[in-house]
Design a protein around this ligand. Sequence first.
Ligand SMILES: [Zn+2]
Length: 117
Amino acid sequence: MSTEALDPLEPVDPKSLDRHECQACGYSYEPVKGDDTRGIPAGVAFEQLPETWRCPVCGARKSAFSNIGPVGNPSGFKENLGYGLGVNTLTEGQKNLLIFGGLGLVFLFFISLYGLR
Ligand SMILES: [Zn+2]
């Protein structure tokens, strides 16, 4: 049995093409790109990488990596979304809307105070 038996032609479940980010250095393994420095062809899911695979940047083990979801997902780790006060799930635009919406209300409040005089 060889641990190098990676077949890039094998159809891959798109769900398994999640990116994984190294918690030590921030490098992210992208299955659609593979890993040139370790000879990993494109299309190899993180789960399919040999156990001997290490982060090409800092040499961390696979266990040091976190699933950050497929390309195009909102930034942040999958498992962190939904925690806290729900603010993490807001997009940048929604956050801005909250902030500027709040400022607008304060502005209207002051305008109405002047209007009463
Ligand atoms: Zn690393």
